[in-house]
Design a protein around this ligand. Structure first.
Ligand code: SF4
Ligand code: SF4
Ligand code: SF4
Length: 351
């Protein structure tokens, strides 16, 4: 897999504290924040309470987890905009709506402009904060690639953060947006990425390695299938035909062979879970092409018929076919863009 070209080292810079400004006001269900509360490698509490050696002091400003509300909460965002919270890491959760296609009102906002009394759109916050952030993380598939809100026919023109900011965007720390997909994000994947960037900000780690979809390479370099407990059944051509079976789920809709995700290796909480390991088909929720390229869910994916007959003898041919499908699933649909025209195929309801 191609990698993104980045500077080779980060000098020690003596950063003693870092703020994390976490916006959940994309088109979001807050599921990624909730998921991250289950992290243990490291736990969010470990990072905030200083239990990890070498880390700068970390302050988290997340509207779902904060004790503060209203102006007390929002003041951190205004301070960051004025570069009074330097350095800070910006986390965005939820897909980015296209406000340019909204004639009246707005799609998503956070806080109120004191001068006008009008809501400040999420896009405006991203414009204000992203260039001033030391690092920017897109958390969850909505924020990384658009996700569910960006599927065909949507009226919001939703997209991922990189679609919005552009591929050439670089944060103050010289990094592109760091993508940690998943719907929701796997808790330890997100916290491990945060931890890596905090160490990098403190000058204690090399530059984070990212793949061509800007995902941390060590987290998304393998497929679901490569870590699946059921892979032995697959190799024997022994397939489940109904839920509840311990066998390989490919014939009832599992996309694991072409999906970059580590939950079958890592589990979900404390190593337990990981969709196919515990009986759920992989629907490709980490992928740039999700959900459109994996629908309808629960139908047999392409290649599954071949799997049942020639998986063992024609392994090399199968892998070549899969890499074509993996490439397709690693591409976003073309309607996700910040242009002024809605191209999702949305048709208003007529009554
Ligand atoms: Fe919710 Fe999934 Fe979107 Fe996260 S990626 S905001 S969990 S829908
Ligand atoms: Fe691969 Fe899915 Fe079968 Fe697991 S259940 S072996 S991921 S196809
Ligand atoms: Fe998403 Fe598939 Fe990974 Fe489950 S196994 S988290 S459905 S990509």
């Amino acid at each position: 897999m191609a990698t993104t070209s980045l500077p080779q080292s980060t000098p020690r810079n003596g950063v003693s504290e870092v703020h994390i400004l976490w916006i959940t006001a994309g088109l979001s269900c807050d599921g990624d924040t909730i998921s991250v509360t289950a992290a243990e490698q490291p736990g969010i509490e470990d990072v905030l309470l200083g239990a990890i050696p070498g880390l700068p002091k970390v302050y988290l400003h997340n509207p779902v987890l904060a004790m503060e509300v209203g102006d007390d909460f929002m003041k951190h965002f205004y301070q960051a905009e004025k570069e009074q919270l330097d350095p800070f890491v910006l986390v965005v959760e939820g897909s980015i709506p296209n406000e340019r296609v909204k004639k009246d009102g707005y799609w998503a906002a956070l806080g109120t402009d004191y001068n006008t009394g009008q809501p400040i759109t999420t896009c405006e916050w991203i414009d204000r904060l992203a260039p001033k952030a030391w690092g920017v993380i897109a958390c969850g598939t909505c924020a990384t690639y658009g996700g569910i809100h960006a599927m065909a026919g949507n009226p919001t023109g939703a997209m991922g953060l990189v679609d919005y900011l552009g591929k050439s965007f670089r944060s103050k720390g010289g990094l592109p947006v760091v993508n940690v997909p998943g719907c929701p994000v796997q808790p330890d994947n997100m916290m491990e990425t945060v931890l890596y960037l905090l160490y990098q900000a403190a000058g204690l780690s090399p530059v984070i390695p990212l793949d061509d979809q800007l995902r941390p390479t060590w987290l998304f370099g393998k497929t679901v299938h490569e870590g699946c407990d059921r892979a032995g059944y697959y190799e024997q051509g022994d397939f489940a035909h109904e839920y509840g079976s311990p066998k390989c789920l490919v014939k009832i809709g599992c996309w694991g062979p072409v999906v970059n995700c580590n939950v079958t290796k890592r589990g979900w909480m404390r190593g337990i879970g990981g969709c196919p390991n515990v009986g759920g088909i992989c629907i490709g929720c980490t992928m740039p092409g999700f959900p459109d390229k994996f629908m309808p869910f629960m139908d047999q994916p392409p290649g599954a018929t071949l799997s049942s007959t020639i998986a063992v003898s024609y392994g090399r041919a199968m892998r070549a076919l899969r890499s074509i499908t993996n490439n397709t699933a690693n591409k976003e649909p073309k309607w996700r863009h910040p242009g002024s025209k809605l191209t999702t195929g949305y048709q208003p309801a007529t009554y």
